[in-house]
Design a protein. Structure first.
Length: 137
């Protein structure tokens, strides 16, 4: 089992959605720039994009039923640069981005929720993966 798959299972377990599924695409800057341009109108790479399969109002029920939640795309070179800037390892940055994308699939929106998503992200990171070896929660 790949690390990404194991981490994904941990996130599903922590969200009490063990039977639910989602896909993860690891890509480079060029692919992410194209996706970001097409879906968000921004022609530059970004760290993570999420494409929920459901509206936010029904996604938690879908998760409990074990349905497909959507897709997460992570730009690995972008994540590596971000990890260096933040002073931690790429592995931890990938865990952070996976958790972040997963919470978006569950309907969280950090641009509108006054910090709720980031608090949940911190809790799920600690419970699913523990404190990072570099002290990053």
């Amino acid at each position: 089992m790949s690390r990404i798959e194991a981490w994904s299972r941990s996130l599903l377990f922590e969200a009490r959605a063990k039977r639910a599924r989602f896909s993860v695409l690891l890509c480079g800057d060029r692919r992410m720039s194209g996706l970001n341009a097409r879906w968000r109108g921004r022609g530059s790479p970004t760290d993570v994009l999420s494409f929920p399969a459901f509206e936010a109002t029904s996604v938690r029920a879908a998760a409990r039923r074990g349905e497909f939640l959507g897709d997460i795309v992570i730009d690995v070179p972008y994540a590596a640069r971000q990890a260096r800037r933040r002073g931690h390892r790429l592995q931890r940055e990938l865990q952070i981005l996976l958790a972040h994308g997963f919470l978006h699939l569950l309907g969280y929106d950090h641009e509108k929720d006054g910090g709720t998503m980031f608090r949940r992200q911190r809790r799920i990171l600690l419970s699913a993966f523990g404190e990072g070896p570099d002290g990053v929660p």
